[in-house]
Design a protein around this ligand. Structure first.
Ligand code: PEP
Ligand code: MG
Length: 560
């Protein structure tokens, strides 16, 4: 009789399959006891802390140089954080009050840990970096070794951890690590970024991963997020073979996006700033479909100058000569508060409060500054700049935005469709703007009244929900070009459905681009349309997915 294999799932963030024994990374350095006091020589204790911080920063730099590439950037950034004078001042102040260097370092770093964790999103995922520097300094001060990883192994192992620090992963190689599995982290966490750049499969956000016993044989699929414990030989062969086939198919998927019968669909990248450009270019993006400009400024207490903004915008425009670059003006509020905007009164429900274009209408000068910086940046560039507004609900808001964009001397103004009211009245809004871009993340959140930050509501946020597809269809048939830049665009099968609904461009996190390109290239526009009709006729998200797949035979080839 065949034994039922134990399985776990998380989010697949680096494609491919890896198999090996689990290697559990040890727990973090213990917290120095609250209230621990030094012997009274504050200056000596401060000097001890400073020397330790410097040793850790220098060590991070050395590791960075050894690793090179993306990892070096990450480790150099960590070394810079370690040497941050504000942090040093916080540590010194606590020591002057009598706290030991170990405890002072702990408390000072935790202040920043809490700040970042509260902001969440991209910055929230930097918490692991802060914690790692903290642990390294405390370990150095107390003379204990930092939890380490084997530099070599008999056979490649699957690294399992609560979260991984860049300093640990950067010097590892494909020969040693078959895959990464972490309990925490998201697609933009450093584990994900580094795993992708190493070409090692990775699954993050896998609940209870650290309950896996050391040495358990694991089979990790970094595309689907599936982890099989103690897999059979057959399972290993099937998954590894599928991953190899996919690798070959992906490597041959190049060039602009199009269906099998030549219907063009621009494949664009979602970026948070110039740091995301190398990946976008590497994965063959034809341009940028969503530049989340608020990511540039999430950690700022003072408004960035127009010159600084102009430089950040120019870098992105220059990366895509002749290509489209869709810049979204600040989408602040909700889960993305900006420190330099005057505080909005306490809101019981920030996701339903002053956010996106609503904040920009309260502080129009902030948006006008941004538009001026964009207009100047685009003067010297051949990229086709499009500017869009987030969280637009009414035609009146859309008109207000278009007028402001035109007044700044820019020609192409569009809006995001991420509020059901905007989708339902898409035809009215289309009269006021040049293009739409559907934000399926927020559209699902508002359509189902299901907070996108709440993991237990995941089913309701599923972009395969037929009613969500109905709204996309409304937007796509309103008479203006309509892209999708929410996460839905990065699901290869759903991407075909979106094209079948009439969507004209797809924008996504760059690693998904080859998958979507290869999937589109295997299907005709008619097949995409048939898949869209079938999905919309289904009663549930799951049924929609199954119904669409019947019309998309090329998915089997790609094993997606
Ligand atoms: C969306 O809501 O789908 C979107 C793309 O915007 P963001 O994820 O930045 O809110
Ligand atoms: Mg949104």
């Amino acid at each position: 009789m065949r034994r039922a294999a134990m399985e776990m799932t998380g989010a697949g963030v680096s494609p491919g399959a890896g198999c090996g024994p689990a290697y559990l990374v040890g727990v973090a350095v213990p917290e120095p006891p609250l209230g621990s006091r030094h012997d009274g020589d504050g200056d000596a204790e401060i000097a001890r802390a400073e020397a330790s911080v410097e040793r850790v920063a220098a060590d991070l730099e050395v590791r960075g140089e050894a690793a090179g590439g993306d990892a070096q950037d990450v480790l150099l950034a960590q070394a810079m954080i370690a040497r941050d004078p504000v942090l040093a001042a916080d540590v010194a102040e606590l020591i002057r009050l009598g706290t030991t260097a170990e405890r002072a370092v702990y408390e000072a770093f935790m202040k920043y840990h809490d700040l970042l964790a509260e902001v969440g999103g991209y910055l929230g995922e930097r918490v692991a970096d802060i914690d790692d520097i903290r642990d390294r300094v405390i370990a150095d001060l107390s003379g204990v070794p930092i939890h380490g990883l084997p530099g070599e192994a008999e056979k490649p192992y699957v690294l399992v951890a609560r979260d991984l620090a860049p300093a640990d992963t950067a010097t590892l190689s494909k020969e040693v690590v078959a895959a990464f599995v972490t309990e925490q982290g998201g697609p933009t966490s450093h584990t994900a970024i580094l795993a992708r750049s190493m070409g090692v499969p990775a699954v993050v956000a896998c609940a209870n991963a650290t309950s896996i016993m050391d040495g358990t044989l694991l089979l990790v699929d970094g595309t689907t997020g599936r982890i099989v414990l103690e897999p059979s030989e057959d399972e290993i062969h099937a998954i590894v073979r599928a991953a190899t086939v996919r690798g070959t198919v992906l490597a041959s998927a190049t060039g602009p996006g199009a269906t099998l019968d030549g219907h063009r669909v621009s494949l664009l990248a979602n970026i948070g700033g110039p740091q995301d450009l190398p990946s976008a270019i590497h994965h063959g993006a034809e341009g940028v479909g969503l530049y989340r400009t608020e990511f540039l400024f999430l950690d700022r207490e003072e408004a960035p100058s127009e010159e600084e903004q102009e430089a950040a915008y120019r870098q992105v425009l220059d990366a895509f000569p002749g290509g489209p670059v869709v810049v979204r003006v600040l989408d602040a509020g909700g889960d993305k508060p900006l420190g330099f905007l005057p505080p909005i009164e306490d809101e019981p429900n920030p996701a339903l409060g002053e956010r996106g274009i609503r904040i920009l209408r309260i502080f129009p000068e902030v948006m006008e500054g941004q538009l001026r910086a964009l207009a100047r940046a685009s003067k010297s560039s051949s990229a086709r700049l499009h500017v869009m507004a987030p969280m637009v609900a009414t035609a009146e808001e859309a008109r207000w935005f278009t007028e402001a964009v035109h007044a700044a001397g820019l020609s192409s103004a569009g809006i995001m469709i991420e509020i059901p009211a905007a989708a339902l009245r898409a035809a009215d809004l289309a009269a006021a703007v040049g293009f739409f871009s559907v934000g399926t993340n927020d559209l699902a959140q508002y359509l189902f009244a299901a907070d996108r930050e709440v993991g237990t509501l995941r089913d309701l946020q599923d972009p395969w929900q037929p009613v969500l597809l109905d709204l996309v269809a409304l937007a796509a048939s309103a008479g203006v070009p309509c892209g999708v830049c929410g996460e839905a665009a990065s699901d290869p099968a759903l991407a075909c459905v979106l094209v079948g609904l009439g969507v004209t461009s797809l924008s996504m996190g760059a690693p998904a681009l080859p998958w979507v390109r290869a999937t589109l290239a295997r299907h005709t526009l008619d097949q995409c349309r048939a898949a869209a009709v079938a999905a919309r006729s289904a009663p549930t998200a799951e049924a929609a997915k199954a119904a669409a797949r019947v019309h998309l035979p090329g998915l089997v080839d790609l094993a997606v």
